[in-house]
Design a protein around this ligand. Structure first.
Ligand code: BGC
Length: 746
């Protein structure tokens, strides 16, 4: 096959000029080829894809991570296709590649964008060594529903926290320059509002008002775009009657017209053809037309584009100019990645996977992600000097694969250090450690091994239970309707409790769980999410007080499933509940007459509060918040609120606290949430140390979409709170004022 090297530019050409130049020389089928992404089925990939790549019918391949094969695919594209256009190699690098970070929900619990960024960098470097140049991450779907299995992959329920985390992850993957070795293109997904699926059932329908879309679900996407994310992925779900993959409002109006996004959108796996199954399109051709018209640049796997777009263009149903525009965005990313200069990967140019620095990053992240939910009588930290023996019990004490969590295609479970291994190492020669797994999986039922566990606990000074969900219980298509601890774990807890020994529960899970039935049965409770490769050492350090827990919940923990959706930034309603309205169904007089007086928004059998609020997490330090001040009681539009608090660690150990700032806009053109996170800061304090934590919040950050869908900051009265969780009562007030400019003055 003849091939010129027409893509070698004059060095002074800009990316846009190079794109235009290349596009000008492409045939229609070569353009449409760039919009086609095919899956690698493994070693047969070369046989399967050689001809389509040579013919210029493939723009991207996903799921090939053998660097030799990837280099060969690139060679075929660069040397054997007419125009030599290199390939995008996509992969789900969601929370690590070979070395695994905590699941993204756990990363959000760190409230530390710096560690999230570092973790994404580690993942990018390892993935890039395999020839991957594009990850399908970060997933930034907000959700208020822990039943949804994909809650594990995102950053929780809050738009501000998720935006900060999404931006950090994008920066970690993409580095300072996409063309640098070890930088890979990121993909903000799933656009949009996938996390609102009804009853948390994956792929189900979403119905979301435009108010809620703009004020909530879309915010992390906007933040990621402002941070330069290269690509977006369309969601699988039906959004207000139009599946996202065919949704012009989302992808043309919001994304392109309003946000001026210049990167490209990839469909989700076969989601173009699923438009037929949804009932939006009649056949493949109709589906291709709908998706391309809506603005999906690249089709993942389905091939309706490559099969039908040429005819759709020839028949005039799709303008070639539209194809040009969609293809230009794909080519732009390829140029930005430097693929035209060098499409090949030499792993020895990059650090080896699993190096000490990578392991240290993921250990730090795990350490900061663990949330201490209960610590009765300050049972934790344990001091080995005062112990003779401990019993380690449960299905997740020594489960190297399970602690990695969902989406770890390339994760190396052999590198996992489990809590059992870490504790045995730490306590070796000092404290006797007796391990009883008790349950094969988290779903196992009562069995005679429960008796072994009870015996081990009775003979120990303390029982540490490693409970939760194994990794397959969360993630894509793994939603649950009951989010209690699975199997007979609660029964195991009760039996261990009955021994009278102190009980510590360490829970690993991919979501918030309803812990109501065990929380009173344990003395201490650590929630560790799926903590990744170095989960064990992190958990051991926290149990033994080498470090203090400092994670804070990125999601509200309900008391029971019937409360869902329950979230901190709810509306006030016309009949807000208060601390006096906690009523239990058992307390109700069955003969009481119905009345419309004194009624508020609560459940008879659950009250209105969660089990643990958003932002919550205890520490071995003792943090006190005093002297909250607002330096700017009046904030002119265009200027900033300055609010501060004095934070003291009155405890005996150094610890980190995540200080959080919330506001409420009291009156609006549309009603506003009762609290909204607007800032947070991780602070480390030595015992006895005090510091002043100051927040600066620009009035633009107080803006919202009003009933006319205008983004405005309205002058008026606000509350502001600072504290250690969303339930903080430490409050002050300020006003946003409209200062008229000289020429506006009467
Ligand atoms: C998921 C995406 C993922 C894609 C490719 C889909 O099923 O929804 O998040 O990136 O598969 O693996």
């Amino acid at each position: 096959m003849s091939h010129a090297s027409p893509t070698t530019p004059a060095p002074e050409q800009t990316v846009d000029q190079r794109v235009a130049d290349l596009l000008g020389r492409m045939t229609l089928i070569e353009k449409i080829g760039q919009m086609n992404q095919l899956n690698s089925d493994g070693p047969a990939v070369l046989d399967q894809l050689r001809h389509p790549i040579q013919a210029g019918h493939v723009g991207s391949v996903l799921n090939e991570v053998d660097v030799v094969l990837v280099n060969e695919l690139q060679r075929i594209a660069v040397e054997e296709s007419r125009l030599g256009i290199p390939l995008l190699i996509g992969r789900d690098v969601i929370h690590g590649f070979n070395t695994v970070m905590p699941i993204p929900l756990g990363q959000a619990a760190t409230w530390n964008p710096a560690i999230v960024r570092e973790g994404a960098r580690v993942a990018a470097l390892e993935a890039a060594s395999s020839g991957v140049n594009w990850t399908f991450a970060p997933m930034m779907d907000l959700t208020r529903d822990p039943r949804w299995g994909r809650i594990a992959e995102g950053f929780g329920e809050d738009a501000h926290l998720a935006s900060e985390m999404a931006v950090a992850m994008v920066r970690g993957f993409q580095g300072n320059n996409l063309a640098d070795a070890g930088s890979i293109a990121a993909c903000a997904k799933h656009f949009a509002a996938y996390g609102a699926v009804e009853s948390g059932r994956d792929y189900a329908t979403t119905n979301i008002s435009e108010y809620e879309l703009r004020n909530y679900y879309l915010r992390p996407f906007k933040a990621a775009i402002d941070a330069g994310v290269s690509t977006l992925m369309a969601s699988f779900s039906d959004v207000n009657g139009v599946p996202a993959t065919g949704n012009e409002f989302l992808m043309r109006k919001v994304l392109r017209e309003e946000w001026a996004f210049e990167g490209f959108v990839v469909s989700d796996w076969d989601s173009v053809r699923q438009l037929i199954i949804h009932g939006l399109s009649e056949d493949d051709r109709d589906a291709a037309l709908a998706a391309v018209t809506a603005g999906v640049n690249m089709e993942m796997v389905g091939q309706s584009y490559i099969h039908h777009l040429p005819a759709l263009v020839e028949e005039g149903l799709v303008a070639e100019a539209m194809i040009d525009e969609l293809v230009a965005s794909i080519l732009r990313v390829k140029f930005q990645l430097g693929l035209f200069e060098n499409a090949y990967t030499n792993p020895s140019d990059l650090p080896p996977a699993g190096n000490p620095q990578a392991l240290d990053t993921v250990r730090q992240a795990a350490l900061q992600s663990v949330v201490l939910l209960k610590n009765e009588g300050r049972l934790l930290p344990l001091s080995p000097d005062k112990l003779n023996s401990v019993a380690l019990i449960g299905p997740l004490a020594d489960a190297p694969y399970e602690q990695l969590g969902t989406w770890i295609f390339d994760g190396n479970a052999q590198w996992s250090v489990t809590p059992r291994r870490a504790l045995e190492e730490r306590l070796d020669g000092q404290v006797e450690v007796h391990y009883v797994r008790a349950m094969d999986t988290s779903r196992s039922r009562v069995s005679p091994t429960f008796d072994d566990a009870v015996r081990a606990a009775s003979e120990a000074d303390v029982a540490i239970l490693f409970l939760g969900e194994e990794s397959i219980l969360s993630g894509e298509a793994h939603s649950r309707a009951n989010i209690d601890l699975p199997g007979d774990q609660a029964e195991l807890v009760r039996r261990i409790r009955a021994t009278g020994r102190p009980v510590i529960a360490v829970i690993q899970a991919g979501r918030a769980l309803t812990l109501t039935n065990i929380v009173d049965e344990v003395d201490a409770l650590l929630f560790a999410w799926h903590p990744g490769t170095m989960g064990g050492p992190a958990i051991a350090d926290l149990l033994l007080g080498v470090d203090s827990p400092s994670g804070k919940l990125p999601v509200t923990f309900p008391r029971m499933v019937g409360q869902i959706p329950i979230y901190y930034n709810q509306k006030n309603t016309g009949k807000p509940p208060s601390h006096d309205t906690i009523v239990h169904i058992d307390d109700i007089d069955p003969f009481a007459p119905q009345t419309s007086l004194g009624m508020t928004a609560f459940h008879l059998d659950a009250g209105y509060t969660p089990l643990f609020p958003f932002g919550f997490g205890l520490s071995y330090g003792e943090f006190h918040y005093d002297n909250m001040r607002v330096a700017t009681p009046e904030v002119p539009l265009g200027e900033s609120l300055r609010a501060s608090v004095e934070l003291t660690n009155r405890g005996a150990v150094a610890a980190e606290e995540v200080v959080q700032l919330y506001v409420r806009d009291l009156v609006g053109n549309v009603t506003r949430p009762i609290k909204e996170l607007k800032g947070f800061r991780r602070v480390r304090l030595a015992p006895g140390e005090t510091t002043v934590v100051e927040f600066v919040v620009h009035t633009d950050e107080l803006a919202f979409y009003d009933r006319h869908m205008r983004r405005v900051t309205e002058p008026g009265k606000f509350h502001v709170w600072i504290g250690g969780d969303s339930d903080t009562q430490l409050r002050a007030d300020f006003r946003v004022v409209d200062i008229l400019t000289d020429d506006q003055k009467p």
